[in-house]
Design a protein around this ligand. Structure first.
Ligand code: TRP
Length: 336
């Protein structure tokens, strides 16, 4: 049996943080090591453009995201790792798929509906205010990413489920029209193993709450952030509930089981918050210092990173070329 294709896109819209690491990056990397799957991971820079128009930021986020994944263990020799904008077939297919996408399907997409609802709540006369066509047709571009590579599985968070359903719908419209299985029907792979961790203020760690710890903060910065984690007013010597503590919740996802057990005991014995933070900083710094160094090397060596992405794009374009051959022939552009 041929290998199953696993594909996922990562949007470069910010500096990757610990929540991304344990919730998305680590599970995806683990999946990429499985032998019976062929993994394709890409930087979805043209998806980011729907909201991010600052050229320098888009450039920096894209490169640092690529460097982050490689520094954390993505092996570009085993995973086809590319930048979406380096594969022009994605955009060609996107137009073709748009011609098979009922407008009503886009009206029902969550992100668009949320924008309309916000306009409604704000008393905005034009319900489409602030909505560009990139945002509106975002699911079509995503369908192109997925279908172009004949993807079987798409590991994504629950918020992306609707996009996978839309992708399947579009693929079926196309296949039915031409009475051929041109596109593989993808399935979402929702991984529940990813951890959710709290951020500095105790709410879920998220860019939108501005409570994150960047993965590659330098040690001084990292220590400063750890010391900003919110704690209750219990005093040194007073027993503390580890399960209610942000410090402990972050600690347990980076430390070994034995360390976590010992840390739990220290909480029960009333460790001072200051000392608990010192422990957390130590395990974080130990876990991240190797990847941090690799990250810096990759960011500094522009040519090496370019080379990795170029070689990924080349591999992706091989698959893309095959799919587009079948698509062009199906729609009547070329005759077989
Ligand atoms: N929309 C996804 C997100 O916001 C990113 C993405 C773009 C993607 N294209 C994709 C994910 C294709 C999976 C497959 O996270």
């Amino acid at each position: 049996m041929s290998q199953q294709v696993v594909l996922t896109g990562i949007k470069p819209t910010g500096i990757p943080h610990l929540g991304n690491l344990v919730g998305a990056i680590e599970p995806a990397l683990k999946l990429s090591h499985s032998r019976d799957k062929r993994a394709l991971y890409f930087i979805a820079d043209y998806h980011a453009l729907t909201g991010l128009k600052d050229a320098q930021l888009l450039h920096d986020y894209s490169r640092s995201l690529a460097a982050t994944w490689i520094a954390l263990g993505l092996d570009p020799n085993r995973v086809v790792f590319y930048r979406q904008s380096d594969v022009p077939e994605v955009f060609e297919l996107s137009w073709i798929l748009a011609c098979f996408t009922p407008k009503g399907l886009m009206n029902r997409a969550h992100a668009y509906k949320a924008a309309v609802q916000k306009n409604q709540e704000d008393g905005e006369a034009d319900l489409d205010a602030g909505v560009n066509m990139g945002l509106y047709t975002y699911p079509v571009l995503m369908a192109a990413d997925i279908l172009l590579m004949q993807t079987d599985w798409v590991p994504v968070g629950g918020d992306q489920l609707q996009h996978i359903e839309i992708t399947r719908d579009i693929a079926q419209y196309f296949n039915r029209q031409y009475r051929r299985e041109i596109f593989t029907l993808p399935e979402a792979m929702i991984d529940e193993s990813g951890a959710v961790i709290p951020g500095l203020d105790g709410r879920k760690m998220s860019k939108s709450y501005n409570n994150t710890i960047p993965i590659f903060a330098n040690p001084e910065e990292l220590r400063k952030l750890v010391f900003r984690i919110a704690t209750d007013s219990s005093r040194p010597g007073e027993p503390k509930d580890p399960d209610a503590s942000t410090i402990f919740q972050i600690f347990r996802v980076v430390a070994t089981d034995d360390e976590t057990k010992a840390f739990r005991q220290l909480f029960e014995q009333g460790i001072a918050w200051k000392d608990a933070k010192e422990h957390l900083f130590d395990v974080l710094n130990r876990r991240l210092s190797g990847p941090r160094e690799r990250f810096r090397d990759l960011i500094d060596d522009t040519a090496a990173l370019d080379e990795i992405l170029a070689s990924g794009a080349q591999k992706a374009r091989q698959v893309a070329g095959e799919t587009m051959g079948a698509v062009r022939s199906a729609i009547g552009q070329t005759v077989e």
